[in-house]
Every structure is written in structure tokens, then in C-alpha cells.
Write a protein that binds this ligand. Structure first.
Ligand code: PEP
Ligand code: MN
Length: 361
């Protein structure tokens, strides 16, 4: 059972609360001039919050690890100059105290910190009694419970202005993304904790400036609440995440290009059409579940035969044949290879589970 969170709506966070909420600014604060010029360049985007990393969690040592506390004032001054609240990443209680002392308006917890309940608890404890907005990035691994646990820890410490940042999940091996979006996870978060606003971070999802606009549009089409986009006056010279940062001018252009669609409408013709199609989907889903149950029933019968004849459950050649055949059938029907692989892997897993139950009976 999910804990019931006591949250304050975004209208009470002290931000403009545009649709979409826009958080922009450099990956890292580098110099007073760099953050000030970036901020001024962003004015036409009508941004809600200026971001800037002060303490940078880097994968390997000996890369730029942020300017440290001295940069908090540079960030705050830049925010004041354009009259916009500022946000930075905190990873421990020392960061929290220093950020609060520098009057940083909003804090965020990074992906490498959300994975660690000790660190999240330390931050929550340091914030007890200070109801500042806190945004929590998803953990680097695709674990929704860990993400939800962070919101629960903060809320239990009395924080009510809590938001999520979806920045994708790390995978080992080739991918066109820096961090796979796995949209089903933030969508499930929205279902389980509907009052938590979700900001999408296309910069860390894609890792490439060319992909920022399409992923931002996709995030809006899925009705997420906002965007966090890394912006730098001279992106190619950035001391961190250079490939994914865009200029303030490009950010302004993207903001203008983004199309907002309505989440609901009162147009009756459209609503009738949608209702009919949804009923079709409900019917098809019912069939899918019945067919899957039938398939598992057959798998159990096979399990009984194998048990009677003392044969192992998994027979590699048979599985390879099925897999190849089903991939081809899927392709002929216009289904993507990625979907067919996931579908058949989970069907296979469930068949094995069903057969193991028979073996162990
Ligand atoms: C960042 O926002 O610059 C950052 C370090 O992000 P993440 O925690 O998502 O890797
Ligand atoms: Mn970054």
C-alpha cells in the first residue's frame, strides 16, 4: 500500500508555474559571467527556474567536480538579475546547509543520490522544518520503489513541495540514448502518486543536443508537467556535459516550437470517437489475457509431460526456433523488434515459472 503523501500544489511553490514548467541553465556553474550571461539569454524563454550544478557527481575522478560553495552566490545573483528562482543539486547535509544559507530557492536530488536511502534520509533530516521545494531525479537504475521511497522520506520529514525529474535510466551497452527513457516508469509514478508533478530532463535522457527538441515534444505529448534543459552560453566549451548543452538562443527557439496539446476536451464528436476506440481496446485486452491464459495452460500440460518423462524444462533449440518464428511473424504484422523481444521474453519467463511449479508439485 502506498503511503498517502501530504503535498502542496505547484501554485504554492513560488514559481510562475507555466505550462510546461521550464527549468533551464548550465549543467555546472563555472564562472559568475557564464551563469549570468546564460541567465540573461534565457529571459525570452519565460523560464520558471534557473538551474546550475555546484557540486558535480562525476562518473570518473579527475573530471571537473564543480566550483563548490563559492558558486552558490553566482547562481543566486544570476537568478536575481532576471527575477527567477534558482535550483541546485544537493547530495548530503553539508550541501543542504550551504545551499539554504545562500538562499537557493529549490533543491534537487541527483540520480546517483536517489539510489542511496541513507543519503536521501540525511538530506530529508537536514531539511526538517524548512518547507523548500525539492525535486527528486529518478535513481540511475529503473527501480520505481526506490524513487517513491525518496518522496516518502522527504514527506515524512515535513516537506510538502515535492516534484520528480525523469532523466532516464542507465543501461550497459549500445543505445541511442545516454539514459533510456523507459517512459512506462514515470507513467506508473504518475498513476501511483498523481499529485507529484513530473519534469522531464531531455538533456540527460538523450546526451545529444540534436535530440532535445523531439524528446521535449514527446514529454509534453505525454502530458508531463515540465522540462529541465541544460543551457550554456558556449556549450562546446562547457566543463561538463558539453555534447548535450544548448545555447539560450536555441532554448528560446525550442520553447517557441513546442506544441501544447490539451489533456481533455469537450468536443463531443471527438469524445464519442475516443470512447468507441477505448471500448475496442478494452475488448482486445480481454482477448489478449484469455489467449495468454490458454497458452500458459498448454505450457503447464507440457510441463506435466516433461515431468512424467524426466526431461528438463528449458530446451534451447525449441526456444530458439519459437523466437525466430515469432520475431518474423511480428515483423510481418508491423510490430517492432524491440516490442517482440520484450513480449516473448516475458511470455517465456512466465511459461518457465508455470512449468517449474508443476515440476516442484
Ligand atoms: C545534472 O543534472 O547535471 C546531473 C548530474 O544529473 P543526473 O543526476 O540526472 O545525472
Ligand atoms: Mn549535466
Amino acid at each position: 500500500m502506498d503511503l498517502e503523501l501530504k503535498l502542496s500544489p505547484v501554485q504554492d511553490w513560488g514559481i510562475k508555474n507555466e505550462r510546461p514548467i521550464l527549468i533551464a541553465g548550465p549543467c555546472s556553474v563555472e564562472t559568475p559571467e557564464q551563469v549570468m550571461e546564460t541567465a540573461k539569454g534565457l529571459v525570452d524563454t519565460n523560464l520558471d527556474v534557473l538551474r546550475g550544478g555546484i557540486w558535480k557527481p562525476r562518473t570518473r575522478p579527475n573530471s571537473f567536480e564543480g566550483v563548490g560553495s563559492v558558486g552558490l552566490k553566482w547562481l543566486k545573483d544570476a537568478g536575481r538579475a532576471i527575477n527567477v528562482p534558482v535550483t541546485t543539486e544537493v547530495a548530503n547535509s553539508k550541501h543542504v546547509y550551504e545551499a539554504l544559507r545562500a538562499q537557493i530557492d529549490i533543491l534537487w536530488i541527483g540520480a546517483r543520490t536517489t539510489v542511496n536511502p541513507f543519503a536521501v534520509q540525511e538530506i530529508a533530516d537536514a531539511l526538517r522544518g524548512v518547507d523548500i521545494p525539492v525535486l527528486v531525479k529518478n535513481p540511475v537504475n529503473p527501480d520505481l520503489s526506490l524513487w517513491m521511497g525518496a518522496f516518502e522520506r522527504l514527506n515524512a520529514a515535513g516537506l510538502t513541495k515535492i516534484g520528480a525529474i525523469h532523466r532516464g535510466f542507465s543501461t550497459y551497452g549500445q543505445s541511442k540514448y545516454r539514459n533510456e527513457p523507459q517512459w512506462e516508469i514515470p507513467i506508473e509514478l504518475k498513476r501511483r502518486m498523481p499529485n507529484i508533478p513530473i519534469i522531464v530532463d531531455p538533456s540527460h535522457i538523450t546526451g545529444k543536443r540534436e535530440m532535445i527538441e523531439p524528446i521535449s515534444q514527446r514529454a509534453l505529448d505525454m502530458d508531463f508537467n515540465g522540462l529541465m534543459i541544460e543551457t550554456h552560453v558556449t556549450p562546446d566549451k562547457a566543463l561538463s556535459d558539453a555534447r548535450q548543452q544548448i545555447t539560450p538562443a536555441r532554448m528560446t527557439e525550442i520553447k517557441q516550437n513546442l506544441k501544447l496539446r490539451d489533456a481533455s476536451t469537450t468536443d463531443h464528436l471527438f469524445l464519442d470517437q475516443l470512447e468507441t476506440l477505448r471500448q475496442d481496446i478494452d475488448g482486445v485486452d480481454k482477448e489478449i489475457i484469455e489467449v495468454l491464459a490458454r497458452r500458459m495452460g498448454i505450457a503447464r500440460k507440457i510441463g506435466e509431460c516433461k515431468k512424467a518423462n524426466n526431461i528438463t524444462i528449458v530446451q534451447k533449440q525449441r526456444w530458439n526456433d519459437i523466437f525466430e518464428d515469432r520475431m518474423n511473424r511480428g515483423k510481418d504484422q508491423g510490430l517492432t523488434g524491440e516490442f517482440m523481444v520484450e513480449l516473448y521474453n516475458s511470455i517465456h519467463k512466465e511459461s518457465i515459472r508455470q512449468q517449474s511449479n508443476i515440476m516442484n508439485d
